[in-house]
Design a protein around this ligand. Sequence first.
Ligand SMILES: [Zn+2]
Length: 94
Amino acid sequence: MFCEKCGKEVNDEAIVCVGCGCSLKSTTESDVNKEPLSGGVKFLSFCFPIVGGILYFVHQNSAPQKSKDACSAALWGFGVGILLNILAAVGGGM
Ligand SMILES: [Zn+2]
């Protein structure tokens, strides 16, 4: 792998960079929850984008992966909701 700070190639197992001495094992890696959002919650965020939005802010710091999943689920739900509204409007107008 390569050092993020100086770009020097270092051993994958290295803990500190031989080039600049910075820590390679990000301190956030161990204490940050990388679990993905569970399917049920994702579905909920999809159906109710507001839930996804709230989860996005709730998990933003503690569980970035959950936050990201909630955000994308909410965006998808939001997009599909708008699409359905447009379809309904077009369909109703005809
Ligand atoms: Zn470095």
